[in-house]
Design a binder for this molecule. Structure first.
Ligand code: GDP
Length: 295
């Protein structure tokens, strides 16, 4: 995960770590290298610039040049700032409702259906939760079948109504079904298009308004870099979602989406997907991710 970024940041900071005589010049050079590494990882220019400005300010404020181990201190400053940029503390999901309704949104192929299954399994393993999956894609029958397959894999019931073309009605019926059957969590998988379009946004907004979910999650493929950030913005403008799910972090992603998304939409990344299997789900801890990136 983020091997290239890790390597570049390591190189940037290595200069300081290995240097006998730390000068203003090599601190400035290090900061420049850090910015270059972020840009290479597909972090947008403004965010990378603000980030390195903050690192510079901290370095000056903590008198890096006069400390015994300036290299170590710089690593700590970069790590802290990276943690802040990715969200600070880990944030859980709101399960206060009975049932708690979780609405999944995102483009087709982002990993919504897969993640719905993973989340159902994750919550089911908590013992106190009995989730129900609801299939609200009225355009692709195959998507409904896929959710049934996923539900079977994780041992969670799936509610669907294949002839019905009204996703709001299906979502409502799914919630009613959950109430009758003692399901205390309802995960609603919705249709996605290959690109953001007006009709799709209207549909998901209507579902959102009709069911007022406790938690609206936006699922995005980390491999799509800056596009992931732009799509997040478009969905957030319409849904004001509660959190982001970053999928496919097991792939060869450069890391830009993970680093930038929080500061663009001001919503936390809550979970990450790290594979196709149902147990490839992790709670997102910004500090742990920063540790991983900086080695
Ligand atoms: P949806 O259209 O948004 O419901 O997307 P799907 O759940 O069908 O996922 C699209 C493809 O991405 C499928 O082939 C999934 O197996 C794959 N996928 C989903 N999440 C991950 C992940 O975290 N890692 C990897 N490598 N593949 C994933």
């Amino acid at each position: 995960m983020f091997d290239n970024l890790s390597e570049k940041l390591d190189k940037a900071l290595h200069v300081l770590k290995g240097h006998g005589q730390i000068t203003e010049i090599n601190v400035a050079e290090t900061i420049k290298e850090v910015r270059r590494a972020l840009l290479d990882a597909d972090v947008n220019f403004k965010i990378a610039k603000e980030f390195t400005n903050r690192v510079k300010e901290k370095a000056l404020g903590e008198n890096v040049l006069t400390t015994l181990q300036p290299g170590q201190l710089m690593v700590k400053i970069v790590k802290d700032q990276l943690t802040q940029l990715m969200g600070g503390d880990a944030e859980g999901i709101n399960l206060s409702g009975n049932p708690s309704v979780i609405l999944m949104s995102g483009l087709q192929g982002s990993g919504k259906t897969t993640f719905s299954g993973k989340l159902a399994s994750f919550l089911k393993n908590k013992k106190t939760k009995k989730p129900l999956l609801v299939a609200c894609d009225v355009y692709r029958p195959a998507a409904v079948d896929q959710l049934h397959v996923v539900g079977e894999q994780v041992g969670v019931e799936v509610y669907s109504d294949k002839g019905n073309t009204d996703p709001v009605a299906i979502a409502k019926a799914g919630i009613a079904h959950a109430k009758q059957n003692g399901n205390n969590v309802v995960i609603i998988d919705t249709a996605g298009r290959l690109a953001v379009d007006e009709q799709m946004m209207k549909e998901i907004a209507e579902i959102h308004k009709a069911i007022t979910p406790e938690e609206t999650l936006f699922v995005v493929d980390a491999m799509t870099g800056q596009d992931a950030v732009n799509t997040a913005k478009a969905f957030n403008d319409v849904l004001n979602f509660d959190g982001v799910i970053l999928t496919k972090l097991d792939g060869d992603t450069r890391g830009g989406a993970a680093i930038s998304i929080k500061s663009v939409v001001d919503k936390p990344i809550k979970f990450i997907g790290t594979g196709e299997k149902m147990d490839a789900i992790d709670v997102f801890y910004p500090a742990r991710m920063a540790d991983r990136i900086l080695g």
